[in-house]
Design a binder for this molecule. Structure first.
Ligand code: HEC
Ligand code: HEC
Ligand code: HEC
Ligand code: HEC
Ligand code: HEC
Length: 178
């Protein structure tokens, strides 16, 4: 009599397991891919053009070096420059409409942590951590693209690389949560 194979070695089961694995892996890859697609923004703002003509990150995100939040430029700041340079295009017409109405531009946040997390740009920028380390190569992007996997483990993995006397504070729950 032929020796009975354990259930998990039967051809039908092997194929099923392979298929399930493929679907799971494919789904995970799809998930990573999808989280990087930027949300629909009110204006398709091209970071690449602006960084390309020499505008520094800190010129528009003025708070990053000095405070908790980096901040976004006002429509007036955009317009001040666009009256000197290019004024018209479908996207710039949208900008002009916001300026004329005196409305702020409802940008959709892409780099955002839950309310219970306390993040502060200043100590990071002061320690020489570059914007790109956390936000990706924004200089090559149009609108900012969300970065996946920026959870508590991500913060702690980097903090763990600091000197041991710093790690005590940098791993303290109260440093990042109040
Ligand atoms: C320091 C000057 C400056 C500031 C400030 C500035 N821009 Fe620009 N912007 C430029 C220049 C120069 C170009 C053209 C680059 C090129 O065509 O190579 C440009 C291009 C653009 C374009 C692409 C134009 C097209 O063909 O559709 C858009 C959209 C735009 N800017 C929107 C904005 C918005 C929105 C802001 C504010 C958040 C802003 N800009 C702030 C200088 C500026
Ligand atoms: C150590 C990682 C890190 C570095 C370095 C960093 N950021 Fe951030 N940034 C974050 C995190 C995390 C958030 C989300 C904060 C929140 O939701 O409380 C954020 C949010 C932002 C935002 C949107 C919210 C806000 O603060 O206005 C902008 C704009 C921004 N960063 C720009 C920059 C620029 C420009 C630089 C470089 C000068 C920079 N960041 C450096 C991690 C970083
Ligand atoms: C001319 C102004 C300008 C410059 C220069 C600029 N940005 Fe931005 N940035 C914006 C605007 C407008 C937005 C909102 C639209 C979007 O999400 O892309 C933004 C959004 C962002 C966001 C997402 C903010 C959020 O609310 O989640 C990050 C992160 C960011 N920029 C990083 C950078 C970095 C890094 C640089 C330098 C390499 C840079 N920016 C240069 C205008 C600018
Ligand atoms: C790529 C590295 C890196 C990442 C990622 C990172 N940090 Fe930091 N963090 C640092 C450095 C460097 C310092 C400054 C340490 C020093 O010199 O005291 C710091 C300091 C801080 C401080 C100030 C601590 C104090 O002394 O009061 C807070 C708060 C903080 N980080 C929160 C976060 C949070 C929240 C995240 C994730 C959302 C995060 N960090 C991600 C490198 C990082
Ligand atoms: C360096 C910063 C940092 C430190 C230190 C830290 N956390 Fe967090 N924590 C975060 C961030 C960022 C998130 C939210 C991101 C995520 O994981 O979804 C978070 C999320 C959480 C959550 C919610 C998880 C969820 O599913 O929403 C809990 C609970 C938590 N932390 C507990 C703690 C405890 C307890 C400690 C101390 C042992 C601690 N944290 C230390 C950064 C930190």
């Amino acid at each position: 009599m032929e020796k009975k194979r354990p259930w998990w070695q039967r051809p039908g089961i092997v194929i099923t397991i392979a298929l399930v694995l493929l679907i799971l892996l494919g789904g995970a890859a799809g998930g990573i891919y999808f989280t990087q697609i930027p949300p629909e923004q009110p204006i398709q703002f091209p970071h690449n053009f602006h960084v390309g003509v020499g505008a520094q990150c800190a010129y528009c995100h003025t708070g990053a070096a000095t405070g908790p939040t980096a901040g976004l430029p006002s429509p007036e700041k955009c317009w001040g420059c666009h009256q000197q340079v290019q004024k018209q295009s479908p996207e710039l017409d949208k900008l002009a409409a916001f300026v004329k109405a005196g409305d702020s531009i409802p940008w959709v946040p892409v780099a955002i942590q839950p309310d219970h997390v306390h993040f502060n740009h200043r100590p990071h920028v002061a320690a020489g951590v570059t914007c790109e380390t956390c936000h990706g190569d924004v200089a090559q992007m149009t609108v900012a693209e969300p970065q996946s996997g920026q959870n508590m483990g991500w913060c702690l993995d980097c903090h763990k690389k600091m000197a041991p006397e710093k790690w005590v504070r940098l791993s303290d729950c109260a440093t990042c949560h109040y």
